[in-house]
Design a protein around this ligand. Structure first.
Ligand code: NDP
Ligand code: 8X3
Length: 253
């Protein structure tokens, strides 16, 4: 395959879906992952109608064996991924540390931290072999600052921030670039997941302001991935114009 290959984890929704469409539209071959097969099938057919080559890999990033088996199952011509977008992630629950649900904590740690590690470990050796590649990790402003009730989610995103820096050092000599992308408020399914389907609560973070869209973040990811070979953006913090930090949002009405 002549085209460059991008692997997007968590492509069934939000930032990951927008990123898959952006790269596909720009001529990349795209590996799409997520747990919801129907969504992957739908995205695959939309992208194929646009003339893109797509490999759909449904697996649960929390499960180390599933990650390894899925990567092993990739056809030879898809195995040399040029850009890995470690996007799959979530916040679950929003409570103080003394009342938080440890099952929610497990899900966040197993997805945002361990899942990112399993997938990176499975895909990076082929980048090392080739002597080039680019890993783009979805951090968050929650990886830059702490807010009340954010405890474990913030901890996982601080860990992603640390891992982005660690990967950059470890992979430097192999010609692999690492970029940490840290968005503020983006309107996706994120809030519905965090508030476990409670629509009213999920709408509150975006009330009276214009949040970022998945497309806004996808454009930044694509920009970072397509700079000249000798240029790397290490870290990008992107917020809506109406936001200056986790606790500083200006709202109308
Ligand atoms: P969405 O909920 O819209 O998308 C999350 C994606 O992650 C889905 O495709 C979901 O797919 C996938 N995912 C979750 N768990 C797993 C799993 N165990 N295995 C495989 N895929 C999984 O949220 P966003 O698009 O907003 O979030 C994307 C990333 O951006 C996350 O890492 C998030 O922390 C980060 N982020 C989001 C911000 C926001 O305000 N929205 C701000 C800053 C960072 P499926 O359910 O089908 O498995
Ligand atoms: C998502 C953004 O501010 O809800 O990572 O933590 S925030």
């Amino acid at each position: 395959m002549n085209k460059k290959i991008v692997f997007v984890s968590g492509a069934t929704s939000g930032i990951g879906k927008a990123t898959s469409i952006k790269f596909g539209r720009e001529g990349f071959s795209v590996v799409i992952n997520g747990r919801r097969r129907d969504r992957l099938d739908e995205l695959k057919s939309v992208l194929e109608d646009m003339g893109c080559s797509i490999l759909s890999l449904p697996f649960d990033i929390m499960n180390r064996d599933e990650v390894q088996d899925a990567v092993k199952s990739m056809p030879e011509e898809w195995k040399h991924v040029d850009v890995l977008v470690n996007n799959a992630g979530l916040a679950v629950g929003m409570e103080h540390i003394d009342t938080g649900n440890p099952d929610d904590w497990d899900r966040m740690i197993d997805t945002n931290l361990k899942g990112l590690l399993w997938l990176t470990r499975a895909l990076v050796p082929s980048m090392v072999k080739k002597g080039r590649g680019h890993i783009i990790n979805l951090g968050s402003i929650a990886g830059k600052e702490i807010y009340e009730n954010g405890n474990v989610y913030c901890a996982t995103k601080h860990a992603v921030d640390a891992l982005s820096r660690a990967m950059r050092i470890d992979l430097l000599k192999h010609g692999i670039k690492v970029t940490n992308v840290a968005p503020g408020l983006v309107e996706t399914e994120f809030s519905m997941v965090r508030f476990k389907g409670d629509r009213e609560k999920a709408a509150l973070p975006y009330a009276g302001m214009k949040p970022l869209s998945g497309d806004d973040v996808a454009d930044i990811i694509y920009y970072c991935a397509t700079l000249p070979e000798h240029v790397n953006i290490n870290d990008v913090v992107i917020m809506p114009a109406a936001q200056a930090g986790a606790n500083h949002v200006v709202r109308k009405g």
